[in-house]
Design a protein around this ligand. Structure first.
Ligand code: SF4
Length: 446
């Protein structure tokens, strides 16, 4: 049975030396208990204790890193079934599918399209991360050439998929500096594919149909010393594949069934030829519980909604998305420019700043700390009051930057204007529009 953080703490050295990256042994013990740290990070645990803790401290779903040109992406490491219980940590990676059966022109077009899929939203870059190369004909030279094309033509991480170890090896030699995910290990080729993954030090896809065979396969591979596995349950029908995701996650988190303690790869690209259905399937696996989804169609109108869905599912529900309070320059404002204020809820900031930018009127935008609440909510909670706004205006430094003394407040906070004028007698308070989309027209009237 899993140990509690306090039980683990009792077995740690209690020197608080911080070498594990945590400020205290207790913090490290708590992280171990929740599967967010690995015991190896503490160099001072005795062998005897190490053995005792190994089972209790291993993350229920092992995090696996897959390389991209710049940096790595992690899948797995999840600790809950439902996001509201805590949060999901490592977003599902989205992969586009290339196969050795595709003509060169088609491959080039897909790589070019993949490279275009970058969107900025609430200060984050949203994009698919991986290209999966599927061996369609056992041709190692062709497989390696395709891997090279991806290496040269994009910054994507790679998934190299073949049941033939020689083909995978040819591709991995070309792509090894990017630390690709390789596969596919099956019950039939587990020895050879496991040995290859071990030799190359790369994460491996383990694929078997049926829970018993899948558990036997991952047990065999971990017995060979492989730790970084990604499970493919082999199902290519929506109902079965969805059920597999739930069963695997539940088995890993509930009874801590180690053979299923790995992230998963799901392949909507092999479930349907209809691009719309493919995206619907992908959306299902982003919500439940695919570590990777592989899609064939990379059209922007299919991928963008998936990226937004992923952003929502993997946003920590307990942490508001916030912007650092302060003074933000939109355009190049000067001493005579407009001064507006709003809250530090990220979505509010990005919508308001986007509309001001669209108006092409240089503006000083003051962002007040409202603990990530939107205008109406923070006003109702007393965090965007006449007092607090006046305090922010006085302290943030805007008074030294502008000669104007006109402050535009959000329309939904009109109720604070009286208090604000009392608190800021030198300032004229203007009530802006309620909807951000009306900002450009409003600003042009000033
Ligand atoms: Fe404690 Fe070990 Fe972390 Fe040092 S490295 S703080 S001894 S848990």
């Amino acid at each position: 049975m899993a140990l509690t953080g306090i039980e683990i703490f009792k077995m740690l050295p209690k020197t608080n030396c911080k070498e594990c990256g945590f400020p205290t042994c207790l913090a490290f013990a708590m992280a171990l208990a929740s599967g967010k740290a690995e015991l190896d990070k503490c160099p001072y645990v005795s062998e005897e204790v190490r053995e005792k803790l190994a089972e209790a401290s291993a993350p229920p779903i092992r995090p696996v890193k897959i390389g991209m040109k710049e940096g790595v992406k992690t899948i797995g490491g999840e600790t809950v079934m439902f996001r509201h219980e805590k949060t999901f940590f490592n977003p599902t990676l989205i992969a586009g599918l290339l196969t050795t059966a595709m003509a060169d022109a088609e491959v080039d077009a897909k790589i070019a399209q993949f490279n275009k899929l970058h969107y900025e939203r609430v200060g984050l870059i949203l994009r698919p991360e991986l290209l999966a190369i599927h061996d369609a004909n056992g041709d190692a030279a062709k497989f390696a050439a395709l891997a090279k094309k991806v290496m040269d033509g994009s910054d994507a991480g790679l998934i190299l998929c073949s049941e033939n170890p020689d083909v995978v090896k040819a591709g991995a030699e070309v792509a090894k500096e990017r630390k690709p995910l390789i596969g596919i290990a099956t019950p039939a080729n587990a020895d050879a594919m496991g040995a290859l993954a071990k030799e190359l030090g790369l994460p491996l896809i383990a694929k078997a149909k049926g829970y018993d065979d899948l558990a036997a396969l991952t047990t065999k591979l971990t017995g060979m010393g492989l730790k970084d596995l990604v499970i493919d349950s082999g199902s290519r029908g929506l109902r079965e594949a969805f059920q597999d995701q739930v069963v695997i996650r539940r088995a890993a988190l509930g009874p801590k069934f180690r053979p299923f303690g790995f992230s998963t790869i799901t392949v909507p690209a092999q479930m349907t030829d209809d691009p719309v259905m493919e995206k619907l399937y992908a959306a299902v696996f982003i919500a439940k519980y695919g570590g990777i989804v592989v899609v064939n169609d990379l059209s922007a109108d299919g991928i963008f909604p998936l990226l937004l869905q992923r952003l929502n599912v993997y946003t920590d529900p307990q942490k508001p998305m916030i912007i650092t309070p302060g003074i933000y320059e939109i355009g190049t404002p000067g001493p005579e420019s407009l001064v507006a204020i709003t809250t530090n809820f990220a979505l509010t900031y990005f919508i308001v700043s986007g509309e001001i930018e669209g108006s092409k009127i240089p503006t000083w935008l003051l962002i007040q700390d409202t603990e990530g609440l939107s205008v109406m909510t923070s006003w109702a909670a007393g965090k965007f009051s006449g007092d607090s706004v006046a305090h922010h205006v006085k302290k943030c430094g805007i008074i030294d930057k502008v000669k104007t003394r006109t402050l535009i407040i959000p329309g939904y906070a009109a109720g604070i204007s009286g208090d604000l004028e009392e608190e800021l007698p030198d300032w004229k308070v203007l009530i802006g529009p309620r909807e951000a989309s009306h900002i450009p027209a409003f600003f042009k009237t000033l």
